[in-house]
Design a protein. Structure first.
Length: 484
């Protein structure tokens, strides 16, 4: 177990991040792309040591889970290198002086985004590669030109230390500032860093209580900073009568596979399944879960929280057990529960909130009107899914606004536990899914969290940053006088 970072080292890391901010921001997109590619190459080369270490600390299977997750991690590093090459992320915009502008004579004004400054990243427990040391938050912040101080998760400290060492060495060899990236350890040390005035933004993936506490600290600073927290999500799934008639057994199998994937420790795990009354899928759901192997939780704290929350859920009046867990900590088999729409409305927060682990709740609805009432009371989240048929279009159209209100990603006849890394991806949503619902933590748009716009008015060309100079030396896509 890695020890907490001592005060002198923490100060050195924070001071170094502040010193690295200017050269990192001034580096060309091509230079930063080279840094990211070097990190990706180094991590791929170290897979043989990193994957077994991750398995030892998290209990997650080496293959395909951890090996695939490391590939995802290096893929997204390289994808952000593509973002830098594309250049649109800077939002470069040029308005030349115009004496005939309808609002009155317009000065020459040019706008571009720049790095926000040193970023504090709190690593997640459930994805020891993709949302941890070299995960999406780190990749997008480095791509933006921001130094990163990475607060390691206590669930995989040795992996964090080793990954951090590989990342740091690769960056330095690629020509990045020496203090561009560092890892720190310790809960109190993370809070100290979050309060430090040299930190310009922070990101977090984890529990609602932990994320909310850090969010409040970030906002209580003398100079508050953006805090991008991904906290919790119930990820509802709505199934129609037509979908059940057409492929009910397949829906049951797909749902069982999705909510039990990774022992239910995905932020996109579907926790609520809305089925029509008299759906007839109970036997198919039981069969899909029959014989499911017990899966260990990431750590004792998560296992304990799951046991407590599941016990509370089972004790809610009107909640019945469809398929029950027959194991106990640290490994669990899935638990599937059920209740009616009426009882769900009366059940309070316990039935409405996320239960992190291999458990899910079926809620039956009598008609469209009741379904809309049910959707109105659940917490917003990351995803909302519909399983329906083309014949459901008119019936579903009034339902879509309710789903769009509570989720950042809507799925049609798919399962939310697959979150690809792409240009169009959106992994965020209204609170408590995230503390910043206008942003995403997955996909190329994640870079926008760590950029801020600056407008330059009336400057001579020689003093403008390269993205705004008249000759456009970086050959960026730009909007000039209103035209792309």
């Amino acid at each position: 177990m890695s020890q907490a970072t001592d005060a002198a080292t923490l100060e050195k890391i924070l001071a170094g991040a502040a010193d690295a901010a200017r050269p990192a921001a001034e580096a060309t997109p091509a230079e930063r792309a080279g840094w990211l590619t070097a990190v990706a190459d180094a991590l791929d080369a170290a897979a043989g040591e990193l994957v077994p270490l991750a398995h030892a600390e998290t209990h997650l299977p080496e293959s395909p889970r951890l090996a695939g997750e490391l590939k995802r991690t290096t893929f997204q590093l390289r994808l952000f290198a593509d973002v830098l090459a594309d250049g649109e992320y800077l939002g470069a915009t040029v308005d030349h002086a115009d004496p005939d502008w309808p609002m009155g004579p317009r000065p020459d004004i040019r706008r571009v985004k720049t790095a926000i400054g040193p970023v504090l990243v709190f690593a997640a427990s459930n994805f020891p590669f993709a949302f941890s040391v070299a995960g999406g938050d780190t990749a997008s912040a480095l791509a933006a030109g921001c130094p990163v101080v990475l607060k390691a998760h206590p669930g995989h400290p040795e992996l964090s230390a080793q990954t951090g060492s590989i990342v740091r060495e690769a960056l330095i060899k690629a020509g990045a500032p020496a203090a561009l990236f560092n890892v720190i350890f310790g809960q109190d040390e993370g809070v100290t860093a979050l309060k430090d005035p040299r930190i310009a933004a922070a990101s977090f993936t984890g529990s609602i209580p932990g994320g909310r506490a850090l969010f409040d600290i970030a906002n209580a600073r003398p100079r508050p900073i953006p805090f991008y927290g991904e906290l919790g999500s119930v990820n509802p799934v709505v199934v129609t009568e037509a979908a059940i008639a057409a492929r009910g057994e397949a829906v049951a199998k797909g749902y069982a596979g999705s909510f039990t994937l990774g022992a239910g420790q995905f932020c996109t795990k579907p926790g609520l399944l809305f089925l029509p009354e008299d759906h007839g899928l109970t036997d198919a759901l039981r069969a899909a879960l029959d014989g499911a192997a017990a899966q260990p939780m990431l750590n004792d704290r998560i296992a304990s929280g799951y046991v407590s929350q599941l016990s509370a859920l089972r004790d809610v009046p009107g909640v019945e057990v469809v398929s029950s867990s027959s194991s106990s900590a640290p490994a669990f088999t899935p638990t599937l529960l059920a209740t009616t729409g009426k009882q769900f409305l009366e059940g309070g927060a316990t039935v409405h909130e996320e239960c992190f682990g291999p458990a899910s709740l079926i809620v039956t609805y009598t008609d469209q009107a009741e379904l809309l009432r049910l959707l109105a009371v659940i917490e917003p989240g990351l995803t909302a899914t519909i399983h329906g048929e083309e014949s459901d279009v008119d019936w579903l159209r009034p339902v879509l606004p309710s789903l769009a209100r509570i989720a950042g990603r809507l799925l049609w006849n798919d399962w939310p536990t697959g979150v690809t890394v792409s240009w169009a991806q959106q992994h965020g949503g209204p609170y408590p899914a995230t503390t910043a619902p206008t942003t995403t933590s997955v996909g190329t748009a994640a870079i926008e969290r760590f950029l801020r716009p600056i407008a330059w008015q009336g400057f001579p060309d020689a003093l403008l940053p390269e993205p705004l100079q008249e000759a456009n030396p970086w050959q960026l896509p730009r909007r000039t006088d209103g035209t792309r």
